[in-house]
Design a protein around this ligand. Structure first.
Ligand code: UTP
Length: 297
């Protein structure tokens, strides 16, 4: 029997410089899409995939993120007094079972691979998931759940993959494809941020991974890659030479790059339009803005 994936790492130690000045005091992962912080979407997706242990790799200034998962007795009491049962229900999603959540500090921002490696003792010898909360994926079946189901058949390592335009490939880790099987691709190499025109394919790695414990061992070598950072893609690619195959998984769903301003704003509009309580107001506003813009041209 293949070992179930029950642990997920959430690397959230980055500085989030693209959102300065906001990220001077607010962690990027606490910024909200409509009324829920990015991290809530990530936790919901992990829970749907069967994750039971949630490991956050944090850094200085991420206190608000840790507080977010605490119970808030004063607030609860106040809501109960006012009979706001609907809001009490909303708060339930933010609570974690005692001991289900752990915080590890990445003392220096040496790269995503290094952030993942910081959680090695909590992962021990088990397969694990990695979720980057700033990649938000809207999907009928949550992306990590799709991947866990596919992984139960394949084992090895699996990364979420998405087709990107050739001129965008140098912003991503890109798959070198050995065999394209449709939903799944078997990968023979991975290149992090390839120079323009040198990407081995148009399949980019998106922030969802299911990894074998051997990837942690590869990270022990602390090899620096693109941008002088310790890259997770390099450590995964090393497994191709070992006994663990690597698969790309073309997920069903729409991904938003909430680490960038344009992506975050697009996600805000999309998530607001998906909410029955906001949809009509938003549509009326978007239509009026579009009309005014075309009248001005
Ligand atoms: P990004 O490349 O988006 O970096 O990291 P960032 O610091 O979050 O944002 P910018 O580019 O300065 O605006 C991708 C993911 O990897 C994590 C980040 O927290 C984010 O979830 N990360 C990156 C770490 O945890 N540690 C690192 O050393 C680097």
């Amino acid at each position: 029997m293949r070992r179930k994936v029950t642990k997920a790492i959430f690397p959230v130690a980055g500085l989030g410089t693209r959102f300065l000045p906001a990220t001077k005091s607010v962690p990027k992962e606490i910024m909200t899409l409509v009324d829920r912080p990015l991290v809530q979407y990530a936790i919901d997706e992990a829970r749907a995939a069967g994750i039971k242990e949630f490991i956050f790799v944090t850094s200085r200034g991420k206190g608000a993120l840790e507080d977010y998962f605490d119970h808030s007795p004063v607030l609860e009491q106040e809501l109960r007094k006012k009979g706001k049962d609907d809001l009490l229900e909303v708060l339930k999603d933010t609570y974690m079972e005692s001991g289900a959540i752990a915080y590890i500090r990445q003392h220096q921002a040496l790269g995503l691979g290094h952030a993942v490696w910081c959680a090695r003792r909590l992962i021990a010898n088990e397969p694990f998931a990695v979720i980057l909360p700033d990649d938000v994926i809207a999907a009928d079946k949550p992306c990590l759940q799709q991947m866990v189901e596919a992984y139960e058949e394949t084992g090895g390592n699996m990364v979420a993959a998405m087709e990107v335009a050739p001129e965008k490939a140098s912003s991503y880790g890109v798959l070198d494809v050995a065999e394209d099987m449709g939903r799944l691709t078997r990968v023979k190499g991975m290149v992090e941020k390839p120079p323009f025109g040198e990407a081995p394919s148009n399949l980019a790695v998106i922030g969802r991974y299911i990894l074998a414990p051997s990837v942690m061992k590869n990270l022990n070598k602390m090899k620096k890659g693109a941008g002088g950072e310790i890259q997770l893609t390099d450590a995964i690619a090393q497994d191709i030479d070992n006994e663990q195959p690597v698969y790309g998984y073309r997920f069903d769903g729409k991904r938003f790059d909430c680490g960038s301003k344009a992506g975050f704003l697009q996600a805000t509009v999309a998530f607001a339009l998906a909410r029955p309580d906001l949809r009509d107001d938003m549509l009326a506003y978007i239509n009026s803005v579009a009309l005014n813009a075309s009248a001005a041209e």
